[in-house]
Design a protein around this ligand. Structure first.
Ligand code: ZN
Length: 548
């Protein structure tokens, strides 16, 4: 659902770009214009000029430029629609959405966050527990930490504010017992969990009870708005630093994130009990930062790191793995004032491909030729799943690690054969269509490339979704649903083009077959169609991509 044209106009009319930018950085008047230190490059002298009249900004040094919306998108790393909402909030403008609906978002979770947060300050013991872990008051406020209190307190809060129990159930705030509702989080420290755009979508809770049969950490259950394998804890607070530092640190716990932010590593996030996976790519793809995974050095940590490093390298992501020794986690290191040591660990992260190869080889005794051969087989299997360039780069390294002649380390040129052949799967999903659509959502380059060649008629299962995407309605429920269920490949540009070529080729061949079988077409028209399709097939088979 997009914002209506009228709302967009109202936004343009009411938003002063100088006020807006001044909300984020200092702006000074200079002649007819305003100047500021450009936030998009390392600016020493104010290089950004802002024209109040034209509603535009421009940096003379790095070339960053645009209007108010663009500024917020770039500065906050937000999508278009979210930037609009953000500006509307700042300037107190109500946005209308298409289909005549006002976007009515419940404020249950934000209000409850505040309720729990305020409660924390009334419980000295909880507050002291946090400070004993090294968390200071600024961090408590920045991360909006809270205390749930007892079950009846949450229920009372819902009643007093007239919140719908069904909604509270859906958000995982309460569960329903024998005609009574109970709060999900009782006597727990609350860590609000935000989406990438900074909206509260769930909670993590750490118990303060010593009882053995109570889980130490509890997360909100999976729901329409809370999908823990797509969320990175702390991302909304880290995105600016990630953009500036061009890398991010991924660790395992809430307290790790908070302590690292406190120590100045503001580009830190955490996964919520899962390894990094394709669900996280929508966040990791923004600005393409290096990814440094900082895990415990125990078996579980090593296995999670292995899984993630394999997945990320297969998606050509840059980064490395840090396994902390002596059972320390990042929060411990900060608490023990080992900031320099931590920095040193970051600088010496083992890159993903090497980490994976070493881990594979470590499972075998390579002094034994049979075992060496088994290790070689697994290494090759992994190497061949990487891009051709990475295969070339790591051939030698792999040979050294295995102590074999590089001649044994073969490479595989193109992943073409692994690209999905359309219309051949028995499954109800049409994977080729999904593959194209999801990758179109990934980048505007892919989007426009696909738009040059594809049309609604080419899609069998997802014609409507294709239309929605081309109309910029990527927030439509159907598209979100598609992204949820889809388990598609993250394609490189060449692979994406190749996927489209195969897709069109299949379409052309099928259409040709249908035309040949069609008895209602008249002779001349039929011949024209057949010639046209045969030409197209010939060109497509030679590698050309064209519209049909
Ligand atoms: Zn600049």
């Amino acid at each position: 659902m997009g914002v209506t044209q009228a709302s967009l106009q109202r936004l343009h009319d009411n938003v002063d770009i100088v006020d807006l930018i001044n909300h984020y950085i200092n702006v000074r008047k200079s002649g007819a214009n305003f100047m500021a230190l450009c936030p998009f490059h390392d600016d020493k002298t104010p290089s950004m000029s802002i024209s109040q009249q034209k509603g535009l900004y421009h940096c003379h040094a790095c070339g960053a430029s645009g209007n108010a919306i663009k500024f917020v998108m770039e500065y906050e790393r937000l999508e278009f629609q979210d930037a609009l909402q953000k500006i509307a909030n700042l300037f107190n403008i109500t946005l209308e959405y298409e289909q005549g609906n006002f976007k009515k978002k419940s404020n249950l979770l934000p209000t409850l966050t505040l309720f729990y947060h305020n409660k924390l300050f009334k419980h000295q013991d909880i507050y002291q527990y946090l400070t004993s872990r090294g968390i200071n008051e600024d961090s408590i406020k920045k991360f909006e930490l809270g205390y749930s209190g007892m079950s009846y307190e949450t229920i009372k809060f819902l009643d007093e504010h007239h919140y719908d129990y069904n909604e509270a159930l859906e958000c995982g705030i309460i569960s329903q017992g024998n005609d009574r509702a109970y709060a999900k989080f009782t006597n727990r420290i609350i860590f609000p969990i935000h989406s990438g755009n900074g909206v509260v979508v769930g909670f993590g809770g750490r118990t303060l009870s010593e009882e053995k049969n109570i889980a130490k950490y509890l997360n909100s259950p999976q729901s329409k708005i809370f999908n823990k394998s797509k969320i990175l804890y702390g991302y909304h607070l880290a995105r600016q630093a990630i953009y500036k530092e061009k890398y991010l640190i991924v660790c395992e716990g809430y307290i790790d994130v908070i302590m690292l932010h406190q120590a100045g590593f503001k580009n830190t996030v955490a996964t919520l009990g899962t390894a990094l996976n394709e669900g996280h790519l929508h966040l990791l793809n923004k600005d393409n930062p290096r990814i440094l995974m900082c895990y415990d050095g125990d078996v579980a940590g090593i296995n999670a790191a292995f899984k993630a490093a394999k997945f990320l390298s297969q998606n050509s992501k840059d980064g490395g793995v840090i396994l902390l020794k002596n059972g320390l986690d990042p929060a411990d290191m900060i608490l023990q004032n080992k900031i320099n040591e931590f920095q040193h660990e970051l600088e010496n992260a083992k890159n993903f491909v090497e980490f994976v190869l070493e881990k594979i080889i470590s499972e075998f005794d390579i002094n034994n030729p049979i075992q060496k051969e088994q290790a070689l087989k697994l290494c090759l299997e992994y190497l061949h799943s990487l891009s051709p360039l990475l295969q070339d780069e790591y051939r030698r390294k792999c040979a050294i690690l295995l102590q074999v002649d590089p001649i044994y380390i073969t490479t595989k040129r193109m992943r073409k054969q692994e690209l999905i052949q359309p219309h051949t799967y028995k499954d109800s999903h049409d994977y080729a269509e999904e593959n194209i659509l999801i990758n179109m959502l990934k980048s505007s380059e892919y989007f426009f490339f696909a738009l040059n060649f594809l049309d609604k008629k080419h899609f069998r299962k997802y014609a409507h979704e294709f239309e929605l995407i081309t109309q910029g309605k990527q927030h439509d429920e159907l598209i979100i649903a598609l992204q949820f269920k889809s388990n598609v490949q993250n394609l490189q540009q060449v692979e994406f083009e190749e996927q489209i070529r195969i897709f069109l080729l299949k379409y052309a061949k099928e259409t040709l077959q249908n035309t040949l079988n069609n008895t209602t077409l008249n002779g001349n028209e039929k011949i024209q169609n057949i010639i046209h399709l045969r030409n197209a097939i010939q060109k497509l088979e030679k590698g050309e991509i064209l519209t049909i």
